[in-house]
Write a protein that binds this ligand. Structure first.
Ligand SMILES: Nc1ncnc2c1ncn2[C@@H]1O[C@H](COP(=O)(O)OP(=O)(O)O)[C@@H](O)[C@H]1O
Ligand SMILES: Cc1ncsc1CCOP(=O)(O)O
Ligand SMILES: [Mg+2]
Length: 270
């Protein structure tokens, strides 16, 4: 795979609209800036549809959802669909409560998503596979994560990224396995949410081949984390939190090309 999208993101500086949670909003905005994209965080139902007329991607993250936010997400998502703006869903902690399940079901029914990004617990819930998630964290499960990604992609007709020690990306047919990353990632809050926004920035650049765009986004992000953790001790979570931003800002396509551990399976040529 040829990695060439980071330079393009820096050249075009796509504007990414995020309706996200109160825990991570600032970190996600800083992460998008570091990557070379431009964030706007906006939740008001009075403005979210208008934003779709000039933004390049929309990221809906249900981490701290409420009725007002879900209404804004539905308005924003439908407007983005009308304008041809790619929409990404981050179903944070979807298995934790019936309210989250119901809200995500409504979003999936009314909005066409280009990609869904979640950890194994979240995507297993969407795929209807048994898994023991722990709040917003992945938790434990015995099911085959590649299969979960594939099933969810087929069910929702979009690209699905399951993040974790290994990331699995599927469009229902093709499958990518990414073995990059660092165990520091789950030690800071917001690293999954920022990945959802980074996927938004990559999809803003390439809607023609969303499977490739999402695979490149997940690889670049995991490599950035790997570089950030290189000289850290295992407990330096705070350094990793800021170091990940520095690493995203300095990341090059050449670095990703050199360090990528991606396996592609399936598709037409197999
Ligand atoms: N044990 C791990 N080893 C290496 N990378 C990991 C590990 N766990 C998560 N990651 C990476 O962390 C990033 C965020 O994913 P994740 O922690 O799964 O999200 P979430 O915060 O939603 O649970 C991804 O790039 C993923 O590849
Ligand atoms: C802790 C927490 N609680 C509700 S949203 C949230 C942030 C989750 O962030 P991430 O999934 O990126 O770790
Ligand atoms: Mg996390």
């Amino acid at each position: 795979m040829q990695f060439n999208m980071i330079e393009k993101i820096r050249q075009t500086n796509p504007l990414i609209h995020n309706i996200t949670n109160i825990v991570v909003a600032n970190y996600v905005a800083n992460g998008l800036l570091a990557l070379g994209a431009s964030p706007i965080m906006a939740d008001a139902e009075q403005e979210v549809a208008e934003l779709a007329t000039f933004t390049s991607a929309l990221v809906l993250n249900i981490g701290t959802l409420d009725a007002v936010k879900v209404k804004a997400m539905l308005l924003a998502g439908k407007a983005a669909n009308q304008q041809g703006v790619p929409v990404i869903l981050d179903p944070v902690g979807v298995g934790a409560t019936s309210y989250r399940k119901q809200a995500v079901a409504e979003l999936l029914q009314q909005v066409k998503f280009t990609a869904i990004r979640g950890n194994a617990g979240e995507i297993a819930q969407l795929a209807g596979v048994a898994w023991s998630a722990k709040g917003v964290d992945a938790g434990e499960g015995g099911a085959d994560i590649a299969q979960i990604a594939q099933q969810a992609a087929q069910r929702y007709q979009c690209v699905v990224a399951v993040s974790g020690e290994i990331d699995y990306i599927s469009d229902g047919k093709q499958l990518a396995k990414i073995a990059n990353g660092t165990p520091m990632f789950p030690k800071i809050t917001g690293s999954g949410c920022l990945l959802g926004a980074v996927i938004g920035a990559f999809l803003a650049l390439d809607q023609q081949n969303p499977f490739i765009a999402v695979t490149q986004a997940c690889t670049a992000y995991a490599v950035a984390g790997e570089i950030a953790a290189q000289h850290l001790q295992a407990t330096q979570y705070g350094q990793f939190y800021t170091g990940l931003l520095d690493s995203l800002a300095a990341l090059t396509d050449q670095q990703v090309q050199q360090l990528a551990k991606v396996t592609l399976l399936g598709g037409d040529d197999e």
